[in-house]
Design a protein. Structure first.
Ligand code: RTP
Ligand code: MG
Length: 138
């Protein structure tokens, strides 16, 4: 069984998409092993998106992701890392396959509703950044 870090970004929370996205996760059969709504501290956001530190959009990205509550989710399931990213769709919603979360709800690359870890290494790092072990189901 694999685990990943998923997040509903501030645009998704603001637009009331949390129940819809959790319903999609439930229908798919993934197990929610951690869940909390929170405002991300600037330092945490800079660590989370550290790989993009040198990119031109980094400042905007950190401002956006810390600009309102997010829902942090720890998911468990078979091949959940790639499976959850498949459910999200491409980073740029214009390229996202029909039926994916980003195709259905997002309009811009900057505000694309959800996040998902992109590898087992990122998943472990991001789960550790957002959740204490005692906040997760066994
Ligand atoms: P995420 O990390 O949020 O799950 O998204 P991702 O893997 O699909 O995309 P990634 O390349 O990791 O980029 C992280 C987030 O940065 C914003 N971004 N903006 N303006 C731009 O060109 C640009 N490129 C990326 C997006 O919000 C993207 O999800
Ligand atoms: Mg990414």
């Amino acid at each position: 069984m694999e685990r990943t870090f998923a997040m509903i970004k501030p645009d998704g929370v603001r637009r009331g998409l949390t129940p819809e996205i959790l319903a999609r996760i439930q229908r798919k059969g993934y197990r929610v092993v951690g869940l909390k709504q929170m405002v991300i501290a600037r330092e945490t956001a800079e660590t989370h998106y550290g790989e993009h530190r040198e990119r031109p959009f980094f400042g905007e990205l950190v401002t956006f992701i810390t600009g309102g509550p997010v829902v942090a989710i720890a998911l468990e399931g078979e091949n959940v890392i790639s499976g959850w990213r498949a459910m999200m769709g491409a980073t740029n919603p214009a390229n996202a396959a029909p039926g994916t979360i980003r195709a259905d709800y997002a309009t811009t690359t900057g505000e694309n509703v959800t996040h998902g870890s992109d590898s087992p290494e990122s998943a472990g790092r991001e789960l550790g950044l957002f959740f204490k072990p005692e906040e997760l189901l066994g």
